[in-house]
Ligand binder design. Structure first.
Ligand SMILES: [Zn+2]
Length: 215
């Protein structure tokens, strides 16, 4: 997607945001470890303007605590969205506190207004209100909520990899995709199955060798 004044945040962007709470070989790996990193990510995805991000950076430099709070808010909304996604995958109701956090994020979305357009008709204008991070989090929450209410939430899946907790959208016809990515998690799972089979076979061999002398 473009990094400009983009309003077309896709569900993939939202899921990518969820997956920034990542793991490396089963250990937590935070892909947005600082407010700076989070702002960079938002700008790349077009959910925050460069100027907006710079404003937040300046405020955070002047007030470290405020910067920490902003980052905690980003992580908090991401965690709440993850909880809702997890609940969808597990077919259970999400934690009420997660819903509250997501709802609060949604309310902070930018205001859309109709304005006369140059061709004498009418256009949609966006009045940016409130703070850029609120706006970014609302925009990232949006496609997810639309998918839940008017889409196919059953296509939101979680990777079956042992140490992978990525969410993905299953676009396959059969809706039986199991891995976030066949090239990584799919192959890893295949290799693990292969190793397990090889181990089982060698254990059988050992069992036979141990038993043989007794016979
Ligand atoms: Zn995976």
């Amino acid at each position: 997607m473009s990094g400009g004044h983009a309003h077309d945040v896709s569900l993939d962007d939202t899921l990518d945001f969820l997956n920034t709470d990542d793991t490396d070989d089963g250990f937590p790996a935070e892909r947005l470890p600082s407010l700076d990193a989070a702002l960079d990510w938002f700008v790349t995805r077009g959910v925050i303007h460069g100027e907006g991000a710079d404003g937040v950076r300046r405020q955070a430099e002047a007030d470290t605590l405020r910067g920490e709070r902003e980052l905690a808010r980003v992580h908090g909304v991401r965690g709440a969205l993850r909880e809702v996604a997890q609940a969808v995958v597990d077919h259970r109701p999400p934690a009420p506190s997660a819903l509250e956090t997501v709802n609060r994020a949604l309310h902070a979305r930018q205001v859309i207004e109709l304005v006369p357009s140059n061709d004498g008709c009418v256009a949609v204008d966006h009045r940016h209100v409130g703070d850029p991070i609120d706006d970014a989090l609302a925009r990232l929450s949006d496609p997810f909520v639309v998918e839940l209410t008017a889409g196919q939430p059953e296509r939101i899946r979680q990777c079956g990899g042992d140490t992978c907790f990525w969410f993905f959208y299953d676009t396959s016809r059969t809706q039986r995709r199991r891995w976030c990515d066949m090239a990584t998690c799919g192959n890893r799972a295949k290799a693990a199955r292969h190793r397990a089979r090889a181990r089982a076979t060698s254990t059988d061999d050992e069992a036979i060798t141990t038993i043989t002398p007794a016979l």
